[in-house]
Design a protein around this ligand. Structure first.
Ligand code: PEP
Ligand code: MG
Length: 902
């Protein structure tokens, strides 16, 4: 069998890959190849494929056959392009080893720079660069990174808190700086660095029990292996769970010739976005550091300089911009920006290095952005004709849209408060919560449903679970492009970084701001869009009413095929939903009038009805109830202004409505003219062992036809008075004869109402919910009786899995962790199981009734992936809660566009 090709070269005179090969080369590798192809200055290198990573793990953590030879050949390619040799004492080549999965996982995997420096190559590099300080600085960085990534993390060593090798070496570095009174790393002298390197190596031997390798090739293999292993590192695994990235993708390893941003004052390194990733403004936005390596920018240990004057901020405006300091390089970089945007038709996130005034591109990828930025860029790029309308719609994800509808601090309330400190506005919106100082506490609090602000010295990719769980994040260090900022922005999470004036003691759990002390008993409020921090709780509000959003949603509606309705049971909810673009009500749950505001009186009637012993008692109670039901329905129909409304017949869990308080029982007994003890008896009789499968839904209308009759009369009269055609829906059915039974009552009631109201005929539609697997399987029979179907996927999921919709929390996390299921089926439709039943039901139903209208009204109807599935199944509409209507509209349009592209 021919050997697999595991290694692809790029740069120099031979680029084997291209941008479209992301699956094999990872995002970074594919884009490096693409940049090299379009003539941008990319240092030569090679990419070890993601397939190699997958095979490595399959192979019991061993490199598959052929890799060694292919790497050796590819290394020659770099050597030739650079005119240098790896491990050579006179003219040594140094390389970097970086990870790069298919989709970006910022900071979650490992990198080793300056690989190849050893006692053998150091003198040669010094002679060549005539810069001893630079060489020893590069060496101490290699030692720090290598011991951390290769010798500790890749070996699966889990040091005690504060005892990680990187921490120890950092502390030694800080100690030396303090002793010598240095402000910055750049103050360290050659002698300092030399002695530090020796001390570092001793400390490594002492802590890890192994020598730091003094051989270039050993370092390279160590680096490649560690990057591969970092795919299964703790933080990478946690990030993949959250982002839904499959475990079997693997990471690529990019080995690339080093270029140095730390060769002196004419060298620099930086990261930039071709447009502002927080606001979407069409401004070149970035940060750079003179005499530094890439890790210094992303680690957030030094405040970076602004790229240009237009985007400088509070923290960096006193520092020189590249535009001012190196105008010609800045101009060249602006040219790269233009080339890239024209080539990729998108906003890119780039990393670059300047080595002695020469510009090199180290990375480009489509940049992560906030919801606001995604929207603004999509609409701007459409105007600039960089993208077309369909692409503009695809550019905002349902989650980003959700973020746009999310709360901000109420500006009025905010004005009355004093800003206690400022940082960089890294993630948008507002957040209010109790202070926590670590990831574990944040996760624990979120589990309890508590909003917390995670306060850290700097965030570290290890904090990823806590960052996800917290409502907001505040850090003392870090820049706009630090990993914390990138990750938060991607999630649309409120985040402030680099609040330099705060002092955090994570171990003691103390935060000091301007002489005041805050602990985990205190609350903070963050304005993540401006970087402002307040003590205590500031009120929050909605952030909609954005004209660009309105135009975007118009565009969205141009492409979707699915209609979007809402689940609403009150006139107020109906109004909100209509504002969000709902095209009707897909589910009006009658029983919701018995909860909450103004429910006292109708609830009392309902209780009387439930506890009636005879038909007479029940009919009397129903008569009283009827006027409430009618006026409730009428209000909602009026609010919907003629749009279709599906009203479901009562589906109440009966036992929930029986009062337990003695006073209420007494009141009810008096009204029914019976003893209190009798109430207890009747309540006892209503008790069911398994109420979810009990006397509910249509079963109630079969045992007590008068209950259906009352509702039908209320609905028909209300609709007639408002002038709309109601869609009456029968819940929890499992057999067509149940629908037939209800229809007979309805026909009789309709005739009575027509007579009473003196009209020839009353128009209405009758349909059923599909919530029981049997109903889905018998869909052809059901459709003979029902004019429409609505999938009640809450119950359908419950009954298909046999998972209680109310108690899944007890075992769901374990099921997800063990990968027994991929997602909570009550949030995202289980396309293979429940989805199969949906498919059967749609086909069956339409086989007997071609125009059968089919929708969904379970909770999944407002979730992006489920909406796409409903589109695929050819449903007519999805119905979801009012706030999710815009999200469903977008998901529906994207599903239609994606289908067209296939
Ligand atoms: C359903 O079961 O999906 C549904 C919408 O009905 P309910 O949630 O009221 O049971
Ligand atoms: Mg249901």
């Amino acid at each position: 069998m021919a050997e697999k090709k595991y290694v692809y070269t790029f740069g120099g005179d031979k680029t084997e890959g291209e941008g479209a090969m992301k699956n094999l080369l990872g995002g970074k590798g594919a884009n490096l190849a693409e940049m090299a192809k379009i003539g941008l200055p990319v240092p030569p290198g090679f990419t070890v494929t993601t397939e190699c990573c997958v095979d490595y793990f399959k192979n019991g953590n061993k490199l598959p056959a052929g890799v060694e030879k292919q790497v050796t050949t590819a290394l020659k390619h770099i050597e030739k392009a650079m005119g240098m040799k790896f491990g050579d004492p006179k003219n040594p080549l140094l390389v970097s080893c970086r990870s790069g999965a298919r989709s970006s996982m910022p900071g979650m995997m490992e990198t080793v720079l300056n690989v190849g420096l050893s006692s053998k190559t150091i003198p040669g590099l010094i002679a060549k660069t005539k810069n001893e300080r630079f060489v020893y600085d590069a060496y101490r960085r290699l030692i720090m990174m290598y011991s951390d990534v290769v010798m500790e993390k890749a070996e699966g060593i889990e040091p005690a808190e504060g005892k990680a090798i990187r921490r120890q070496l950092d502390a030694m570095l800080d100690e030396l700086k303090e002793k010598k009174g240095y402000k910055s790393d750049t103050d360290l002298t050659v002698a300092d660095l030399k002695s530090l390197c020796e001390k570092f190596k001793k400390q490594i031997k002492k802590t890890l029990g192994r020598e730091f390798p003094d051989d270039s090739m050993a370092q390279l293999w160590g680096g490649i292996g560690a990057v591969l292993k970092s795919w299964n590192g703790k933080k990478a695994v946690a990030y993949r769970r959250i982002e839904g990235i499959p475990d079997d993708w693997g990471t690529a390893v990019n080995v690339q010739s080093m270029v140095f941003g730390n060769m002196g004052d004419t060298s620099a390194t930086g990261v930039a976005f071709t447009r502002d990733p927080a606001t979407g403004d069409n401004k070149f936005y970035g940060e750079w550091l003179i005499n530094a390596q890439g890790e210094d920018v992303v680690a957030g240990t030094r405040t970076p300089n602004p790229l240009n004057e237009a985007t400088s901020n509070e923290q960096n405006k006193h520092l020189k911009s590249m535009e001012k300091l190196y105008p010609s390089i800045y101009k060249q970089l602006c040219g790269v920006r233009e080339t890239l945007e024209k080539h990729y038709h998108d906003m890119l996130d780039i990393e670059f290095t300047i080595q002695e005034k020469k510009l090199f591109m180290l990375q480009c990828r489509v940049g992560k952005r906030t919801g606001t930025a995604a929207l603004n860029m999509a609409m701007d790029m459409l105007k600039e004709k960089l993208i077309d309308e369909k692409e503009a719609v695809m550019r905002v994800s349902p989650t980003q849209l959700d973020e746009l509808l999310h709360p901000i601090l109420d500006p009025k309330a905010e004005k009355k408060q004093t800003v206690i400190t400022k940082g960089l506005p890294a993630g948008p919106g507002g957040a209010v919560g109790r202070i926590v100082f670590n990831s574990t506490e944040a996760v624990a609090a979120a589990k309890k449903g508590e909003a917390v602000i995670m306060v850290r010295e700097e965030t570290n990719p290890e904090d990823v679970e806590g960052m996800r769980a917290a409502t907001g994040i505040l850090t003392a260090r870090g820049g706009m492009t630090s990993h914390a900022a990138l990750v938060c922005r991607g999630w649309g999470k409120c985040c402030i970084v680099g609040a330099g004036a705060i002092a955090v003691d994570e171990v003691k759990g103390v935060l000091k701001i301007g002489g005041k002390t805050y602990t985990s008993k205190d609350y903070l409020s963050l304005n993540g869009s401006r970087g402002w921090v307040y003590a205590g709780k500031v009120a929050t509000m909605d952030s909609s009413e954005n004209p660009k959003l309105k135009n975007f949603m118009k565009l969205v509606d141009k492409f979707r095929k699915l209609q979007v309705r809402t689940n609403a049971d009150t006139a107020a909810d109906a109004e909100v939903a209509r504002k969000f673009g709902a095209e009707g009500i897909g589910l009006f749950r009658t029983e919701h009038m018995f909860y909450g505001k103004n429910s006292e009186k109708p609830l009392f009637c309902l209780r009387k009805m439930i506890l009636s012993n005879t038909k007479e008692e029940r009919v009397a109670a129903l008569k009283e109830l009827e006027k409430y039901v009618k006026s409730d329905i009428k209000a909602t129909l009026t609010a919907m202004k003629g749009l279709p409304v599906t009203i479901r017949l009562l589906d109440p869990p009966l036992h929930e409505f029986v009062p337990s308080e003695p006073a209420k029982r007494k009141e009810l007994a008096d009204a029914l003219g019976i003893k209190v003890s009798e109430i207890a008896k009747r309540a006892e009789a209503l008790h069911e062992t398994n109420p979810m499968m009990g006397h509910r839904g249509v079963r109630l209308g079969i045992t007590y036809p008068e209950v259906s009759e009352m509702q039908m009369r209320a609905i028909l009269e209300a609709a007639l008075e408002v002038g709309s055609v109601p869609e009456i829906m029968v819940p929890v059915t499992c057999d067509p004869r149940e629908i037939k039974f209800q229809k007979a009552i309805l026909e009789r009631v309709a005739a009575e109402v027509a007579k009473k109201k003196k009209v020839a005929k009353i128009e209405y539609k009758v349909g059923t919910m599909i919530e029981i697997p049997r109903a889905a399987i018998l869909a052809d029979e059901m459709a003979k009786e029902a004019e429409f179907f609505s999938f009640g996927t809450n119950d359908l999921t419950q009954m298909t899995f046999g998972f209680s919709r109310d108690d899944i929390g007890g075992f769901l996390p374990e099921y997800l962790d063990q990968k027994i299921i991929d997602a909570d089926p009550f949030q995202t439709i289980d396309t293979v199981g429940v989805g199969r039943l949906i498919e059967i039901a749609v086909k069956g139903g339409r086989s007997v009734r071609k125009n059968l209208k089919v929708g969904i009204c379970g909770e999944q109807g407002g979730e992006g992936k489920s909406v796409a599935f409903c589109h695929k199944m050819g449903l007519n509409y999805v119905s979801c809660s009012p706030f999710r209507v815009p999200i469903a509209r977008l998901a529906a349009a994207q599903a239609a566009i994606a289908e067209g592209r296939k």
